[in-house]
Each structure stands twice: as C-alpha cells, then as structure tokens.
Design a binder for this molecule. Structure first.
Ligand code: HSE
Length: 409
C-alpha cells in the first residue's frame, strides 16, 4: 500500500527545481505534495509563487504534518544538521548531498537505527543510475568483487568536449557550470572529490565498510596536459576519471584517478554528463549501468524514485554490513601509471616499484611504471605533476613483511 507523502523541501536550485518539475509531471505514480520549500536567498526570482517559500528551517522541521524532509542544498554542514534534526523529530529523509553523506554515513546509519526513520539517497550517487537499491536488493546474495566507473558528470563532460570538439579545458568547465552539472565549487569535480564521496557511499553498500573520505585517495583531471591528450589520441585512447573499489582477499581498496581508456572498453563510449557503473559479482560477473549522472531532471528523477520507495516504507538495510565476510580498507596497492612532470620536479626511476619506460619532450619528462598508490597521492598534491593510470593497469597489493602480517592477523 502506498502512503501519501507531505514534503518539506530544502533548496530550490538545479535539483530542487528538477524534483518540483518531475513531481508535477509524474502521473498516477508517487503521491507526494510539497508543502513548503526552505531557501536561503530572499532576493532570487523564482518560478513559483512566494508563499510557497520560507527562510526559516523550523517552519519545516517543526511542522507535524510534514513527514518527509527532502534535503537538496549545497552546504554539507547545514545539510547534516537538517538531516539529523529531521530524523530525531521522526521524519523520513531524502537527500542528494554526497559530501554530507560520505562524511557522516556511519552516524546517519546509527541515527536511522535509533529513530527508526529512513534516509534514502539514490540521487547522491551517479544521478539517475539506480545503483544503491540494486546493491542493496539485487546484489544481496552475490559476493561482489568490484564496483567501478565514471562517477562524475562534469569531468566526463569536460573530457568529452576536450577530446571530441577540441574545446579548451576552461571553456568546457564553464559550460559544465552553466548547464548545472558542476558543483558550486567546481574544484570538487575536477580534483576528484565529488566522485570520491560517491565512491565512499557506494563502498558502504557494496562491501559494508564505512570509510572516512580523507582515507580515500583522489586524483583529478586538473593536471592533464595537452601532451597527455596528444598521447591519448595517438594511441587511440580516451581519458576518463575512474572511481573504483575492489576486494582482494580480505582487503578492500578504493581510489579515484584518471585513466587512459582503450577504444574497445565500453566506458570509452560513455560521453558528456553520462555516468557508468560496472559491478562485478562472483556469480553474475560484469554488469554495466549507464545513465545521466548530473543535471536537474535526471537527479530529480532519482529523488522522485526515493520518494516513491518511501511511500511503501522502503529502508536501506545496509545488508553488506551484516555479511559474514568482513573486510579491511587499505591503500597498500601498486598500480601502473603514466607520470608527466616539469623538469623542476624531482621524480626518479627509484620512485617506481617497476620502471617501464621514460622520455623527455617539450620541457616535460614522462615516466611509466608500477608505483605505489601512496606515491601517487604525494605527487597529486605537488604542482606540475600529471598522473594517468595505464589502460589495463594491474593492481598489486603491497607485500607486507611477516612482522606486519602477524600484526594484521
Ligand atoms: N557535480 C556532480 C557531477 C553533480 O558533475 O557529477 C552530480 O552529482
């Protein structure tokens, strides 16, 4: 039986307006009425009449008639306070705030247990792609080996425009902002934070681990040079920003980094603001989900789907948390990468676990080889170093000494 929902909405930006639209366009599906919208700015022109809005969050949080809070604001700290208060006041929550969720997921899980009220957030991970409920429900019996793909629409849009239309990076980023794909601070997109937040959320539903975002390494696309693009074109590669997490034995690894992608890889044809998520199960093997990862209506549709799920009292059970196999998160990994750097940067072949090749051209040095993830993190924070993973990079756990192994046992 579906319940009728009374909503209090926070935020009326790109996704908030998308939800408003899809909610009014859906016929016979979700029965949900927005009672009030809480917004920050008093002076913005809005396409809906004024008495629909409030500037006081308590007008929603204290209203006993409102049973669902939909949180679609930009500020992760304010969003966290809203979500926490709403749950403690007995309201269900739908949110698309990936930063807030990634930073507080364990606490939000506990608050749900305590309050008995659900928090749903399909729109926070890869926009319109229905990945979280699939991880929870469809993949509840199959032990998952990996989840990876394109988790950020803006950077995929930028890379597509740069590759296919030879637009400059700056022009493509500006367009991604105009289209409402980019975060209000676009460095979250281009430096790989946004896909990292999404990966952190996905890891909880894939492997049952709550990880703090600062423990996950993110390397962005902001240091990709024209020479890297030229190298990619000459080798019939494209470049995608890939978020990935996988398990090897009892360890789970996860990181975000750009990667050269061969033309035959299905991810090569995922263009513009589309995202892709590839899940690999022990039995089902590989499955690929593709859909719009950013934008007003696609994300609004994911929020709508969460509302629909709430109307029949759906709640994430965090099934992987209760799985028999327990994993430990680790960054002790060796990957294969192309490193480009200015002559002023001190990187030598001794920094590589296995050095494969290197050359110098146009004032830049290139080195290719197997390198520890911790080294990549260090280099990603330095100026003038570009990092792109090799197309079919191997992922090799760092060997631990027998003393360390004894400590881990
Ligand atoms: N800035 C995000 C992206 C929006 O580009 O993917 C959707 O989460």
């Amino acid at each position: 039986m579906r319940r009728k929902l009374k909503l209090g909405l926070f935020g009326f930006g790109c996704v908030g307006q998308g939800l408003y639209h899809v909610l009014h366009e859906t016929h016979g599906g979700v029965q949900a009425e927005i009672k009030k919208v809480c917004v920050k700015s008093k002076n913005k022109e809005r396409p809906v009449k004024e008495d629909f809005f409030t500037f006081d969050k308590d007008e929603i949080l204290n209203d006993p008639e409102i049973d669902v809070v939909v949180e679609l604001i930009d500020d992760a700290n304010a969003a966290y306070e809203i979500v926490k208060t709403a749950l403690l006041r007995g309201k269900a929550v739908v949110t698309a705030n990936k930063k807030m969720l990634a930073e507080h997921l364990e606490e939000i899980y506990e608050l749900q247990q305590k309050s008995g009220k659900p928090v749903l957030y399909e729109g926070a991970v890869c926009g319109s792609i229905p990945i979280l409920r699939n991880l929870e429900e469809y993949y509840d019996n199959d032990l998952l080996n990996s989840i990876e793909g394109i988790f950020n629409g803006s950077t995929n849009y930028i890379l597509t425009k740069v590759f296919e239309e030879k637009k400059t990076y700056a022009d493509a980023l500006k367009k991604a902002q105009e289209l409402g794909f980019a975060e209000s601070d676009p460095s979250l997109d281009v430096k790989g934070y946004d896909p990292k937040y999404k990966l952190v959320i996905a890891i909880a539903h894939t492997f049952g681990l709550f990880i703090q975002p600062e423990n996950v390494i993110n390397i962005g696309i902001d240091k990709i040079s024209d020479l890297d693009l030229k190298f990619a074109r000459e080798n019939n590669y494209t470049i995608k920003l890939i978020a990935r997490s996988f398990r090897l034995d009892n360890r789970v690894y996860g990181f975000v980094a750009p990667q050269f992608i061969e033309a035959t890889n299905p991810l090569a044809s995922v263009r513009n603001e589309y995202n892709a998520v590839q899940v690999q199960g022990a039995f089902a093997e590989k499955q690929l989900f593709i859909g719009k990862g950013a934008g007003s209506y696609p994300t609004g549709s994911a929020v709508l789907s969460d509302l629909s799920a709430l109307s029949y009292d759906y709640i994430y059970e965090y099934k992987k948390l209760h799985q028999a196999d327990r994993f430990e998160f680790s960054n002790e990994l060796i990957v294969e990468a192309y490193i480009s750097f200015d002559e002023s940067v001190k990187i030598t072949i001794n920094d590589f676990e296995v050095f494969q090749s290197g050359y110098a051209a146009h004032g830049k040095q290139y080195m290719v080889g197997q390198v520890k993830l911790s080294k990549l993190k260090e280099w990603s924070q330095a100026d003038g170093v570009g990092i792109i993973l090799a197309p079919n990079s191997q992922f090799i756990p760092v060997k631990t000494s027998s003393k360390q192994e004894a400590l881990l046992a």
